[in-house]
Design a protein around this ligand. Structure first.
Ligand code: ADP
Length: 268
């Protein structure tokens, strides 16, 4: 487990990170990411966009300590990430709630292996459910909640371990359009209140503009940072308000150009 000094400023950093994957039996290496360098400030919300297969999930997996870089370093709060650790919380498109556990017990799940008493687990889970606007649903089973509520429960579970950084891998992509708007707002408020450094992967260019302080635009594989875009629109904690802002389309069309979406052909 990675040791991280208590009380130090929490931020995420990639230093010249390249990641290659060996191709089974061929003796060749596929380079997924090439020379990625960036640094987040404490409590900054960074979105990563780029074509499919350019290495976005690989970035998250390295931050979570599931993969090691081939070259370079990933650091959380100045410490090299050398394996899975409780300083980084990971949330996926699928909520991965355990169907046989009630919601509160699901949120408490990550705490149980960390030496908290049963009472502490219950209290922390309860508090986190309140923050994610699910107070009163702790005794429900996952199947009794809507998709949006389940994603909020998954966020509560991710936050319950008190991570320094959270990683969001397309957490809204399976939601219907209206639920997505509500859940984006709920996530943005909660993340802003918790002052937590966040890395969001998304295919949705508009979502990146609605939610992030900064956007990293990656090239096609091997993914490199083509541009870092500072989102100079107020109300980061309120994506619904940002939707109305006249500059949103400017940012989207700029990314559209960077990613050459106009010229893209459908290949599969
Ligand atoms: P994205 O999230 O941008 O769609 P990924 O990070 O999932 O891209 O994948 C980037 C490239 O790395 C892809 O070509 C994918 O096939 C390859 N890749 C990802 N994980 C592995 C792995 N564990 N083993 C081999 N190749 C992988």
């Amino acid at each position: 487990m990675t040791a991280i000094a208590a009380g130090s400023a929490m931020a995420l950093e990639f230093r010249s990170v390249t990641k290659g994957f060996g191709q089974n039996g061929t003796g060749t290496t596929l380079t997924a990411l090439k020379d990625i360098t960036f640094k987040t400030d404490e409590a900054e919300f960074v979105a990563v966009v780029g074509p499919s297969g350019c290495g976005k999930s690989t970035m998250l997996n390295m931050t979570a300590g599931l993969y090691q870089p081939t070259e370079g370093e990933v650091l959380v709060s100045g410490e090299t990430v050398s394996g899975p650790n409780s300083h980084v919380g990971f949330m996926l498109q699928k909520d991965l709630l355990l169907p046989w556990r009630k919601i509160e017990a699901n949120v408490a799940f990550g705490l149980e292996s960390r030496g908290f008493s049963r009472k502490e687990c219950r209290e922390r889970a309860h508090l986190q459910l309140e923050k994610c606007q699910l107070g009163g649903f702790g005794d429900y089973y996952p199947y009794q909640l809507s998709g949006g509520m389940r994603q909020r429960a998954a966020l509560a579970r991710t936050l319950a371990i008190d991570p320094e950084v959270i990683l969001l891998d397309e957490p809204f992509s399976a939601l219907d359009a209206q639920t997505k708007i509500i859940i984006q707002k709920n996530f943005a408020e909660t993340i802003e209140d918790e002052k937590i450094t966040t890395l969001l992967i998304t295919h949705d260019l508009a979502e990146a503009v609605f939610m992030a302080d900064r956007i990293l635009v990656l090239s096609e594989r091997p993914g490199r940072v083509i541009e870092e875009i500072k989102v100079d629109i107020p109300d980061r904690g309120n994506p619904t308000a940002r939707r109305q802002h006249p500059r949103v389309t400017e940012y989207i069309s700029h990314m559209f150009d960077l990613l050459k979406l106009q010229d893209r052909q459908v290949v599969n």
